[in-house]
Design a protein around this ligand. Structure first.
Ligand code: NAD
Length: 358
């Protein structure tokens, strides 16, 4: 098979980590008999420098002509100050999610066995293992609601951010979560704040309807404040955690910290149609850009997610994950995951070691 992949290398360490991920894809292609054709798409700070806006015309169309998108990272201090949205790198991220209809963000948080000591939780908690997937609604809720700022007569200035969810939006993300749970540990925890918010009460009623339909999946409601506590108390209890946009934003970052390093975690954003977008959860790390210090594993594992969720190539995805685990088991580390006194390898060498295990 031939697969077309849009590469948004982006800024900072983006081009370095995407470069290693591309080499891994080519190695997989050779081993399993696939070909990958790449289209470079300009987006982010580098696009501001080149054409004056972070999301150049035709970006979405170029991505839609491909089967999947791999993104490094965009942004950096150089472009952090403009008030013109077209000159802000984050505008490009929000625009591409919207234009590609990417309403589901999948953020796995798995503690890789070789790095159990990097988990900041109690030893006995880490030993139980952590392997959860946060399914975050990505295109609705308070981040996309109407914003208002107005003057009151007696209380000074006042602001409001509207949070809205429709049954349709809740049902489609819920279905994603239940389907995913069927492929994993068959458990869904739905996180809401139904004791306070009307949107959460609608969320909960739709989830309950789905839970009856997917009766082979074990289901529970968890209030968001309790979910935040449980994630640090006993994260091993969770399999798939589904939640709305803002709760998911916060909880997925919390979950990433309990696995030890930002340089290891991949993510996927998917909708009902191709292409899905795959990216590491970290940013452009300007402090280490261009120094061959970035950990490419999160981006390489994002390719594994792409293979599994966009191309249904689970054997190929597992080959990548196994190669990463093998390299870590042998003790190889990049600087971000090396313990004091341990020698670290650079971005390029880490990519090479992973390819050697394929
Ligand atoms: P960051 O994730 O870029 O960096 C945080 C810290 O983690 C830094 O010390 C960095 O060196 C380290 N780090 C990150 N990725 C690493 C890797 N692969 N290997 C080794 N170390 C790594 O977060 P930040 O500093 O808050 O953001 C920097 C820029 O990235 C900002 O402009 C931000 O807007 C942008 N950003 C982009 C995305 C995206 O493109 N999706 C996501 C988050 C942040």
């Amino acid at each position: 098979m031939n697969y077309k992949i849009a590469l948004i290398r982006g800024d900072g360490i983006g081009p370095e980590v995407v470069g290693e991920a591309v080499k891994v894809m080519d190695a997989i292609g050779e081993k399993f008999g696939h070909t990958f054709t790449y289209t470079d798409v300009l987006m982010g700070g580098c696009a501001i420098d080149a054409v004056g806006k972070s999301y150049p015309d035709g970006t979405a169309e170029a991505c839609k002509a491909c089967d999947a998108v791999l993104l490094g990272a965009v942004g950096g201090p150089k472009w952090g100050h403009s008030t013109d949205p077209q000159k802000r790198p984050e505008t490009a991220l929000l625009s591409i999610r919207k234009d590609l209809g990417l309403y589901a963000n999948l953020r796995p948080a798995a503690l890789r066995p070789a790095l159990a000591e990097a988990c900041p939780l109690k030893k006995e908690t880490a030993e139980k293992g952590i392997d959860l997937m946060i399914v975050r609604e990505l295109t609705g809720g308070i981040y996309f609601g109407k914003r208002e700022r107005y003057q009151t007569e007696d209380r000074g200035e006042e602001c409001a951010d509207r949070m809205a969810y429709s049954e349709m939006e809740i049902e489609r993300i819920g279905r994603r979560a239940f389907e995913l749970a069927r492929l994993r540990g068959k458990k869904v925890a739905s996180v809401d704040k139904a004791n306070v918010l009307e949107t959460s009460r609608l969320w909960r009623s739709v989830m309950h309807r789905l839970a009856e339909e997917y009766s082979d999946v074990q289901y529970e409601d968890v209030l968001v404040d309790n979910a935040a506590m449980q994630l640090v108390r006993d994260p091993g209890q969770f399999d798939v955690v589904v939640t709305e946009n803002m709760f998911g934003d916060i909880l997925s970052d919390e979950a990433s910290m309990i696995t030890g390093s930002i340089g290891l975690l991949p993510s996927a954003s998917i909708g009902d149609q191709a292409p899905g977008l795959y990216e590491p959860i970290h940013g452009s790390a300007p402090d280490i850009a261009g120094q061959d210090k970035a950990n490419p594993i999160a981006t390489i594992l994002s390719v594994a997610m792409m293979f599994r969720y966009s191309f249904h190539l689970s054997q190929e995805a597992k080959a990548i994950e196994d190669a990463v685990d093998a390299v870590l088991n042998e003790g190889w580390r990049t600087a971000d995951i090396a313990k004091a006194g341990e020698q670290a390898v650079g971005t390029i060498r880490m990519g090479e070691l992973i390819r050697q295990h394929l």
